[in-house]
Each structure stands twice: as structure tokens, then as C-alpha cells.
Design a protein. Structure first.
Length: 154
């Protein structure tokens, strides 16, 4: 697992969101960008994280911050998740784990004594020029928007 490092440029990528639309990294040129990777739709921690970003979304927009969530869930799973919690930002379905590997967030995990491959909950923050300025390795799911805002405002 080889994560992007501070100072790296935003990789050129594309992905399909919950509405079946194709999103491109280049669409976010000139904006601050939050790309957060999370393990699974509709689980407690992932829901808390998404809802934190949703609840402060207007404040994020005021600060020229765009948000993209990415997991290995399907487009239809993302659609249900977005609809259920009224999420105002796109979720990319990375069922083939292309972006998960590109950003270095797919790898070995341990839970209750078992080892398995999975998504490491990680958030990447890019400035307006597409330069990685911060990586949050273990986001506070309930206060994730505050964490993001604090970093961008410092």
C-alpha cells in the first residue's frame, strides 16, 4: 500500500457516481478538493462521516471546497446511500478498486484478530492547484467536516 504523499499532484482519474455520471479529476480544477475513502455504505462510521460532511456542506462550499466520497460499493448501493441520507456530493463506485489502489488506501487490515484486505478510511485534501496539502489517516467520523475546515483554514 503506497499512499500519495504531501506535495503530490491530483492524479488524473475518472469514476462513475451514484447517478451513473462520469466524474473527472479535471472537473475540480481551481477548487479545493476533499477526496475521502470509506469502507462501506450504510455502516455506522461511514454514515456518521458522510452526514458530517453533509451537515456542513454549505460551509464547505463557501470555502470553495468540493467533496467526493469513494468506496468499492456499487453505483446502486451509492444511490440508496445518497438518497437515504440526502448527501449533496458525489460518491464514486470503485468496484474494480482502481482508485483505491491509485491512492494507496486498499490493503491489509485487522479486525477482531482476523486479517483481511479492505479500504483504509483516509481523506486527501488538495488545494486549488491540485497539490496534496494534507492526508487524514484516521478521520474523526462524527466531526470530519470540522477537521477538513480546520486544515484548509490554517
Amino acid at each position: 500500500m503506497n499512499k500519495l504523499s504531501i506535495g503530490s499532484k491530483l492524479p488524473a482519474f475518472s469514476g462513475i457516481d451514484q447517478n451513473g455520471a462520469e466524474l473527472h479529476a479535471s472537473s475540480f480544477t481551481g477548487k479545493r478538493l476533499v477526496i475521502y475513502f470509506y469502507p462501506k455504505d450504510n455502516t455506522p462510521g461511514c454514515t456518521a462521516q458522510a452526514c458530517s460532511l453533509r451537515d456542513d456542506y454549505a460551509l464547505l462550499l463557501e470555502n470553495n471546497i468540493a467533496v467526493i466520497g469513494i468506496s468499492a460499493d456499487s453505483v446502486s448501493s451509492h444511490k440508496k446511500f445518497v438518497d437515504k441520507f440526502s448527501l449533496p456530493f458525489p460518491l464514486i463506485a470503485d468496484t474494480e478498486k482502481v482508485l483505491l489502489n491509485l491512492f494507496g488506501v486498499w490493503g491489509e487490515k485487522k479486525f477482531m484478530g482476523k486479517t483481511y484486505d479492505g479500504i483504509h478510511r483516509t481523506t486527501f485534501l488538495f488545494d486549488e492547484s491540485g497539490t496534496l496539502i494534507s492526508v487524514i489517516d484516521k478521520p474523526n467520523t462524527k466531526q470530519h467536516a470540522s477537521e477538513v475546515l480546520r486544515i484548509f483554514q490554517s
